[in-house]
Design a protein around this ligand. Structure first.
Ligand code: ACO
Length: 427
């Protein structure tokens, strides 16, 4: 819980209380501002607005710090597992060995989809973007799992959360299999969460699939890096959808839709496409010039962030993971060299220095995912898979927060003032 600091901010004639959290900027509590002043505050894109209290994730964008429940992302990525981070985000503390085993067991018991859901896939065109398929199928879960849609019941909320975390790899792998015309594979619960996902994606029923431990570890780490990121656009979408009392499956489908955009989760796909377009390092100056040109809409994809005005700590881990995956698979990709050179050139350019534009998590993820064998259209799907745990943890936190209300922003109206209707024949 936050504390009132005793300080106030005077706006007009009234004093507004200042509240502080455990770390990070204080907030001015302006909930009574409209009632007392008759004015709204104006903050498109919420650049100065805290929409909620949260104890999950903390980011210091100037210092390049990202903490989940207090633990630095670098330590979690190096020493933890995606299942452990999922438990941490959902429950607040790292699990004991028994708690972790039980959690993994619970998740593994929910990995299958209702058999009829497979029919949904056949309704999509084969060339549909897998994010379109995922959005539709996740929304449809609420038509199948009625026994976990009562949001007032904490037990049902937790079952829905476990179901979403468990089924997302199955849904994602099936979206991929459908797009390439291969049969769906059922989950294999003897494998790890990530190993099972790799098998469902790249395995075929005709052959035994051997999970490559280095790829499994890298993929698990990529999931950790994407697990949560405080009140970003898709998480805020999930919270906003959930604030009306919508069921969790519908809320996560809304989050997936928001994540799809190229300014958010779609940036990893866009970043790799951009690197492919640039091709070789000699073309980099041309693209840097375009990114700096105010009259050109082109931006360096995978660069810049609303919150990080320093190196995104996830990009540091991601860059290291590229080398590990390349070594494990014995591959070389010239695009990685292009990416490294692009980063070097951009970080020494005044435009990027002044605007504090650094590589974000998406800059290197495409290179790794491509080396593992994923087509670019699957990149955002993988992001959605991992972010599901953050979404459900944030959704649960919101539902349990007595201060939360239905999200209902106001506006600064600039349209016509009242006027009389003109009949069609007189216009
Ligand atoms: N290339 C070139 N210029 C950029 C870039 C970029 N990638 N990003 C920001 N800028 C410039 C803008 O043109 C703007 O310049 P101005 O002040 O002269 O107008 C300034 O930097 C600030 O940019 P805004 O768009 O106002 O910053 P905002 O916080 O709204 O946007 C965003 C952040 C959307 C991430 C932006 O940096 C961007 O579009 N990056 C590319 C897309 C991307 O990589 N998205 C992934 C984000 S991470 C994630 O979702 C996992």
């Amino acid at each position: 819980m936050s504390d009132t600091t005793g300080q106030t901010l005077k706006i007009g004639e009234k004093d507004y209380p200042v509240r502080s959290g455990s770390v990070g900027p204080d907030v001015v509590d302006i909930r009574k501002f409209y009632a007392q002043s008759g004015m709204f505050t104006y903050d498109p894109g919420f650049t100065s607005t805290a929409s909620c209290e949260s104890a999950l994730t903390y980011i210091d964008g100037d210092e390049g710090v990202l903490l989940h429940r207090g633990y630095p992302i670098g330590q979690l990525a190096e020493q933890s597992s995606f299942m452990e981070v999922s438990y941490l985000l959902l429950n607040g503390e790292l699990p004991s060995k028994d708690e972790l085993d039980k959690f993994i067991y619970t998740i593994s018991r929910h990995t299958m989809l209702h058999e009829q859901l497979a029919q949904f896939y056949r309704g999509f065109r084969r060339d549909a973007h897998p994010m379109a398929v995922m959005c539709g199928v996740v929304g449809a879960l609420s038509a199948f799992y009625h026994d976990s849609t009562d949001i007032a019941d904490p037990h049902q909320r937790m079952i829905a959360s476990h179901r979403l975390i468990a089924k997302m790899p199955t849904i994602a792998a099936m979206a991929y299999k459908y797009s390439i015309g291969q049969p769906f594979l059922y989950p294999d619960n003897s494998l790890s969460y990530t190993g099972n996902f790799l098998r469902m994606t790249f395995g075929v029923p005709a052959e035994q699939y051997e999970v490559n431990p280095a790829v499994e570890r890298a993929m698990d780490r990529i999931f950790i890096l994407h697990a949560d990121h405080e009140q970003n656009a898709s998480t805020s979408t999930v919270r906003l959808a959930g604030s009306s009392g919508a069921n969790p499956f519908a809320c996560i489908a809304a989050g997936i839709a928001c994540l799809w955009g190229p300014a958010h989760g779609g940036a990893n796909e866009a970043a790799l496409n951009m690197l492919r377009e640039i091709g070789t390092p000699d073309k980099i100056p041309e693209y840097i010039a375009r990114a700096k040109d105010k009259n050109d809409p082109f931006r360096l994809m995978g660069f810049g962030h609303r919150v990080y005005k320093n190196y995104d700590p996830r990009a540091t881990v991601m860059q290291k993971t590229v080398r590990e995956v390349f070594d494990a698979l014995n591959v070389q990709d010239p695009l990685f060299e292009t990416a490294l050179r692009l980063e070097e050139i951009a970080l020494s350019d005044d435009y990027f220095i002044e605007k504090k534009l650094f590589p974000n998590v998406d800059f290197y993820s495409g290179v790794i995912l491509s080396a593992i064998g994923f087509p670019t259209t699957m990149f955002t799907v993988l992001f959605a898979l991992a972010r599901t745990v953050g979404w459900v943890a944030q959704w649960n936190e919101m539902i349990s927060d007595p201060e939360q209300k239905i999200g209902r922003p106001r506006q600064l109206y600039t349209g016509p003032t009242q006027r009389d209707y003109v009949p069609l024949g007189q216009r």
